[in-house]
Ligand binder design. Structure first.
Ligand code: ADP
Length: 435
């Protein structure tokens, strides 16, 4: 079967008709443009796309997908021709990927819609929310994070947030994490948005588990070890510096900081948490978060974007979004990366369904309702999580309408997600304690 498909592919590689002069038509392979500044992603893009018959080029000439790890200028978006050309970032997704702006995005959607589902731990933005923070007395431990930092840099845990002088966000510390064989972890999830208005959100089926190097013992971790980054921060960039992360750990297959989530399903079940329910809630959290941002991101149908969602699960099995990452890294550092990332990139390009039938006059510029084009590909691993039924499909389209219509759509959409959340587990729906 393999040799037959190779033969078919060699005779008919995926191509598109390049008609630059308007008179000449020539068939060339689909091409992905990468920037020299984006070198970290290039080897993986090459590995995946060359196998699909694409070319990967650093040239600034014609391309079908332009992939870079930093943002595009508005002019790049303006000159792009949907559906034959796509860019891998929207402008304006800082409303999701900057920690302080994410808190604002969620708070403003909540205020507009009256929705009450808590999807992140309670968060205050400093210096703005200093007074509100001081009135909150129910939280024992807080975690401070610089607003626009990453990889665990600048993070500290404190019982005295009033003493913090730096700008940034202060978040309730989840002191009761679900543990894997005694270690704290978080999940890196891969989310692809192909359109904000209408909203189309895909979630990749495999998540990477990032495990702390040192065991988390709830009592001592919060009394003696508050600044021990190796038990409180799950960033692989932090834990790889601890030799314990390279040792065998009882009950855990493999070593290092990263693992795949499904290898722990049985262990999680043994801890009294149903991993399928966790996943069902994760789909809703991710959709909820993107829906809250839908009106703040300028809609450009030429754009799509891969986000890295970091999610922690508490010991009741409730997932919490910690942050949303811009340009999640596509470096292969070990087995889990090798299992997840090439298949993820392949699924993204398949889902875009780049046309291979040449330039058509109607194909220049984005279509009015914007929903043709990308579509889920059976078995690719990228699942369309929003919209998920006829009602949310209608809501998704209404987001593109005039203000009165989209505020109603936001309310209805968040309401539908909250109902779906309650259907997953009616007992555990916390009401958001907003600042
Ligand atoms: P960064 O962008 O620096 O990685 P994160 O928000 O992802 O910042 O936080 C880094 C790590 O700190 C997370 O991976 C997680 O292990 C831990 N962490 C962050 N927020 C919380 C929280 N509210 N409760 C418990 N642990 C947290």
């Amino acid at each position: 079967f393999f040799s037959v498909s190779c033969l078919v592919w060699l005779c008919h590689p995926p191509t598109w008709e390049l008609r630059s002069s308007g008179f000449m038509a020539q068939s060339v392979p689909l091409s992905c443009r990468v920037d020299t500044r984006s070198v970290a992603a290039t080897p993986l893009l090459k590995q995946v796309l060359v196998a699909k018959g694409w070319t990967v080029t650093e040239d600034s000439g014609d391309y079908n997908v332009w992939w870079r790890t930093h943002r595009f200028a508005p002019i790049h978006i303006k000159h792009c021709r949907y559906p034959r050309q796509r860019l891998n970032h929207f402008n304006g997704t800082q409303v999701l990927t900057k920690k302080d702006l994410l808190a604002d995005t969620l708070a403003s959607a909540r205020a507009q819609s009256g929705a009450s589902l808590a999807i992140t731990p309670r968060t205050y933005v400093l210096p703005r929310d200093r007074d509100a923070l001081q009135t909150c007395t129910e939280v024992d431990v807080w975690i401070y994070k610089p607003g626009d930092s990453s990889r665990g840099r600048g993070i500290l845990l404190t019982r005295d947030p009033a003493a913090l002088e730096e700008d940034g966000v202060v978040q309730e510390y989840i002191a009761n994490p679900l543990l894997l064989h005694g270690f704290k972890f978080d999940l890196r999830l891969y989310v692809v948005v192909t359109s904000f208005r209408p909203l189309r959100v895909y979630l990749y089926r495999d998540a990477i588990v990032r495990l702390c190097a040192v065991k988390y013992e709830a009592g001592t971790a919060l009394s003696e070890g508050l600044q021990d980054v190796f038990r409180h921060l799950t960033n692989a960039s932090v834990n790889k510096h601890n030799p314990q992360a390279r040792e065998e750990r009882e009950g855990i297959e493999g070593t290092g900081c990263k693992f795949v989530w499904d290898q722990f399903h049985e262990h999680v079940r043994d801890s009294g948490v149903d991993p399928d329910r966790v996943w069902a809630r994760i789909k809703l959290l991710v959709s909820y978060c993107c829906l809250c941002a839908a009106r703040s991101v300028p809609q450009d149908r030429v754009c799509f974007e891969l986000f890295g969602f970091d999610v922690m699960v508490d010991d009741s099995g409730r997932p919490w979004i910690l942050e949303v990452n811009f340009s999640p890294d596509l470096i292969i550092e070990g087995g889990p990366d090798q299992r997840v990332k090439p298949a993820l990139v392949s699924a993204i390009f398949d889902t875009l369904r780049m046309p291979t039938d040449g330039w058509a006059p109607a194909g220049q510029g984005a279509p009015a309702d914007g929903l043709e084009g990308d579509a889920p590909v059976e078995g690719s691993g990228l699942e369309l999580v929003f919209p998920f039924d006829a009602a949310t499909e209608r809501i998704s389209r209404a987001l593109a309408g005039p203000e009165g219509q989209w505020v109603d759509a936001l309310k209805e959409g968040l309401g539908a997600l909250q109902d779906a959340w309650e259907a997953v587990d009616p007992e555990r729906t916390a009401v958001s304690p907003s600042p």
